[in-house]
Each structure stands twice: as structure tokens, then as C-alpha cells.
Design a protein around this ligand. Structure first.
Ligand code: NAD
Ligand code: WQD
Length: 338
């Protein structure tokens, strides 16, 4: 059974391709390689023994995207990861972010509708909740006005999918709202490949531990949290990848209750930045040179998921302990070297 994976050479996409192939599904990856590279296919093949089919296409190229769907109309589902995702960059380049993320989605939906590929799993984000008033957030928690153009593309994308599903009753979709994905495959054959200086905590931390960066800045210890540093729900990337396989089966087997559903995909537990540093040091035995500095503009204080709905409805839950996740991130960093 063939599954189309857009953005499949990216961080979360590549881990998901591994899980799909290990589940016996056939994968065709579509990516323009703007934020990933083709060697990722070697890693996927190294783990699974199968080299997925790959086509280099820019999803904002509508004719090329429709042509792709015409040639893959036998596919049963799409997992749409492809997007630009750097929050800060999206503030500086709003038009590029709206253009890329929204056109890519609309071209994918058009291709699916036109060629009868009826099932979609979409990468959404906890960013749609912003700073929620009540924690943990459930799927009923109201979405907040997005804090960045990137975040707004996720809110708008969810709305585009929701509205289309209202009139395309033959189509089905699930949006997965990821919390903070971290870690790497335990084989260390695939992982996150940050471009330039990392913005996210874990790649910055592992690069500091590896001596690439001098010091990790901890952005604020004066928040209203137990140790003063912000709280997040850090989800292992392999656990996250497995949630996609479960979502695909729910759609393929017609177990979805509505033709547009959305789920929180997190661990259900909050960890602070300082707790992450301590867990990393425990897991690896490597000390992290860090310094507490001022807050980062735009950061929220705390967010973590209520995962009851995903646990009960999908029969999925996060399994990998945080120390293991951080040890995998470190193994991947060591493989990348300096
Ligand atoms: P990534 O940058 O590693 O992967 C995205 C992939 O999409 C890249 O390989 C890139 O080359 C490709 N791409 C981008 N624009 C494209 C286009 N126009 N045509 C074809 N390919 C294109 O990012 P990731 O971390 O794997 O994220 C995957 C998805 O999950 C994204 O939609 C992202 O917004 C979402 N998400 C990520 C996080 C996170 O923290 N990593 C959290 C929540 C949601
Ligand atoms: C985590 C914590 C920082 C770097 C982002 C997006 C969100 C979603 C996930 C896509 C925060 C602190 C970080 C550093 C630090 N992505 N930190 N020093 O901001 O929670 O979420 O990724 O949808 O939309 O906004 O992730 O990894 O950047 O930060 O102290 O050098 O680590 O302040 O508390 P964030 P992050």
C-alpha cells in the first residue's frame, strides 16, 4: 500500500518513513530539499533495508505537484510534512512563509481531490495554542492568535483542511499537533540537521556539549515555574513518527469518527529547560556549559499536552524515557561530528 510523504527527507519525515516501511507500507517521498539533503535516503535504507522512492519537486509548483499526483493516483494516503518551520525567520520573511506553507498545502489538497487520494495526515503544532490559560491543553483548548507568521500558517492550514473536509465527504484527514519533537533514531543513522546556528534547545545543547558552540544560553529563570525556566512537553521523534503510522491505519481502516480530526501528540509531561540539561548530563555523563540569560522574545512560559484523547482514541502513547531520547540526540551529534 503506497503512502506519499511530503517533506520525507526532513527531520520528522525521515523518522516517519522508517516506521512506515517497517510497518510494511510502501513510501514515495516528495521534497524540494530546501531544508534537507538526499543522503537521508542512505540513512533510511541503512535502518530498513529499503530505499524509498524519491522525487525532487517543489510543492509550490502547482503543475509539477498535480503531475506527481497523476502518476501516483494509486497511493492510499498522504502525510504532509513539507513546510518551512523557523519561527524567527518567519517573522523576518512572512510572505515567503505564507507563500510556501499555504501554497504547498493547497496544491497537495488539489492533487488529492483531483486524483482520488483521499486520506491526509497533516503536521500541525502546539504553537496553535499559544500561551493557554489552563494547562495541560486538551484538543478543546481554544487556539490563540498565532505569535508568528509560521504559527499562523499552522492555524490557517488547519482551517483550510477543516473547510475542505466539510464539502469533500469522501476525503478524510487527521491533524497531529506536535509538542516539542526532539531526539534521533537510536541507530544514529538519521536525526535532526539544523541549518546554521540552531534556534531550538536540543541541537544547541548537543552542539555545545560537542564543543561546536561555547555556551548554551538558558533564556530566563524568572518564569512562574518550579525552577524559573520555561516548561515544555518534549516528545521523542520515534514516538512521534509512530503516531503517524497509527493515524494512517485509522484512516485506511475507516476508524475515524469524523472526516476531520485533530490530536495532541506529546508525552503529557512538562520538563523545564534546567531539567533537560540535568537529564542530558545524567544520560550522557557530559557536562553542559550553560549560562542563564534574559528571556527570549516571543517565548511562552509553559505548555504541555493532555494526551488523553490521543491515548484513548488512537491507542497511541509516548514510550521513550527522556534520558534515552537525549542519549540518542547525543549519539546523533557525535556522528555528525564537528
Ligand atoms: P524539516 O525542515 O526537517 O522538514 C521539512 C521538509 O519539507 C524539508 O525536507 C524541506 O526540504 C521540505 N519542504 C519545505 N518546503 C517545501 C516545498 N515547498 N516543497 C517540497 N518540500 C518542501 O522540518 P521537521 O522538523 O521535520 O517538520 C516537519 C513538519 O512538522 C513541518 O510541517 C513542521 O512545521 C511541523 N512541526 C515541526 C515541529 C518541530 O519542532 N520540528 C513542531 C511542530 C510541527
Ligand atoms: C524550548 C525551550 C526556550 C534554545 C518551537 C516553536 C514551536 C514548535 C516547537 C514548530 C524554550 C529554551 C531554547 C536555547 C533556551 N515548532 N531555549 N536556549 O520555542 O518551545 O517551540 O519548536 O511548530 O512552534 O516555537 O522550542 O526548542 O526553541 O525552545 O533556553 O538556546 O528552550 O526558551 O523555553 P519552542 P525551542
Amino acid at each position: 500500500m503506497k503512502i506519499i510523504v511530503t517533506g520525507g527527507t526532513g527531520y520528522i519525515g525521515s523518522h516517519t518513513v522508517v516506521e512506515l516501511q517497517q510497518d510494511g507500507l510502501e513510501v514515495v517521498i516528495l521534497d524540494n530539499l530546501v531544508n534537507s539533503n538526499i543522503e537521508v535516503l542512505d540513512g533510511i535504507e541503512g535502518i530498513t533495508g529499503i530505499r524509498p522512492a524519491f522525487e525532487k519537486i517543489d510543492l509550490t509548483d502547482r503543475p509539477a505537484t498535480l503531475d506527481f499526483f497523476a502518476r501516483h493516483r494509486d497511493a492510499k494516503a498522504v502525510i504532509h510534512f513539507a513546510a518551512l518551520k523557523a519561527v524567527g525567520e518567519s517573522v523576518a520573511k512572512p510572505l515567503e512563509y505564507y507563500y510556501n506553507n499555504l501554497n504547498a498545502l493547497m496544491n497537495v489538497l488539489s492533487g488529492m481531490r483531483q486524483y482520488g487520494v483521499h486520506n491526509l495526515v497533516f503536521s500541525s503544532s502546539c504553537t496553535v495554542y499559544g500561551q493557554a490559560d489552563v494547562l495541560p491543553v486538551t484538543e478543546q483548548t481554544p487556539r490563540h492568535e498565532a505569535e508568528s507568521p509560521y504559527g499562523n500558517t499552522k492555524v490557517m492550514s488547519e482551517d483550510i483542511i477543516r473547510d475542505l473536509m466539510k464539502v469533500q465527504s469522501e476525503m478524510n484527514s487527521i491533524a497531529l499537533r506536535y509538542f516539542n519533537p526532539i531526539g534521533a533514531h537510536p541507530s544514529a543513522l538519521i536525526g535532526e540537521l539544523p541549518v546554521g546556528i540552531p534556534n531550538n534547545l536540543i541541537p544547541y545543547l548537543t552542539q555545545t556539549a560537542a564543543g561546536i558552540r561555547e555556551q548554551l544560553s538558558v533564556f530566563g529563570d524568572d518564569y512562574n515555574t518550579p525552577d524559573g525556566s520555561p516548561l515544555r512537553d518534549y516528545i521523542d521523534v520515534v514516538d512521534l513518527a509512530k503516531a503517524h503510522v497509527v493515524a494512517i491505519h485509522r484512516l485506511l481502516e475507516g476508524r475515524n469518527k469524523k472526516n476531520y480530526e485533530y490530536f495532541n501528540i506529546g508525552t503529557g509531561h512538562a520538563l523545564s529547560v534546567l531539567e533537560i540539561i540535568q537529564a542530558f548530563e545524567r544520560a550522557t555523563g557530559v557536562k553542559v556549559n550553560y549560562k542563564i540569560v534574559g528571556r527570549r522574545a516571543g517565548d511562552i512560559e509553559k505548555v504541555w499536552a493532555d494526551t488523553t484523547f490521543a491515548n484513548n482514541e488512537l491507542g497511541w502513547s509516548a514510550k521513550v524515557p527522556i534520558e534515552e531520547t537525549l542519549a540518542n540526540a547525543w549519539r546523533w551529534q557525535q556522528r555528525l561530528g564537528k
